[in-house]
Design a protein around this ligand. Structure first.
Ligand code: GLN
Length: 189
């Protein structure tokens, strides 16, 4: 079975471990650079992107993670994880940086008050026609680079993209019982 690293600094990593285990993957929590060695893929969970940014830099993980993603390590990045790896952020917290690997401009907390958090079903290209998706103060993708494919939209706004081996989602697939996203990711490793 493939070994999937789960960035475990903050946020929804335990739920990703549960979902990955349910689809037959082995998992490893990643908190140190050496824990990136030998994994077949990585999940960067949601949570709070400015905290993920600070902790990953403080622990010396930001550069090794950037390097691994640039070298083609397959990745599933969700919500705050998407913001951590994006090239450009709109509405970043003061001093917040991002890894610049995913060629998108992402707007943080993009859905506004009324839609702050919501659950819906989405058609996600390459994954499924009816994917359960939980949005929690989610980002949207405002523009994409040439090698980035849009996979899903909500209210006309892009919420899922693929760039090479990186699948990036604005929503939380790990907070549902729907395993399609994790099954698809692990199936490609
Ligand atoms: N709003 C959060 C951020 O800016 C993301 C929320 C989430 O991951 N559910 O990082």
């Amino acid at each position: 079975a493939p070994l999937v690293g789960v960035l475990a600094l903050q946020g929804g990593f335990a739920e990703h471990v549960r979902a990955l285990t349910a689809v037959g993957a082995r998992t490893r929590l990643v908190r140190r650079p050496a824990e990136l060695d030998g994994i077949d893929g990585i999940v960067v969970p949601g949570g709070e992107s400015s905290v993920l940014d600070k902790l990953s830099r403080a622990l010396g993980l930001a550069e090794p993670l950037r390097g691994a993603l640039q070298a083609g390590l397959p990745a599933l990045v969700t919500c705050a994880g998407l913001l951590l790896v994006a090239e450009e952020l709109v509405g970043a917290a003061p001093g917040q940086r991002s890894l610049g690997v995913l060629r998108v401009r992402a707007r943080r907390n993009a859905f506004g008050r009324q839609l702050d958090s919501f659950e819906t079903h989405l058609s996600v290209a390459g994954i499924g026609g009816d994917v359960e998706a939980v949005f929690i103060r989610a980002p949207v993708i405002e523009s994409v680079g040439p090698a980035v494919e849009c996979l899903a939209a909500v209210h006309g706004q892009v919420v899922a993209v693929q760039q090479g081996a990186i699948t990036a989602l604005s929503f939380h697939p790990e907070l549902t019982h729907d395993l399609q996203v994790h099954r698809s990711f692990v199936g490609r490793l």
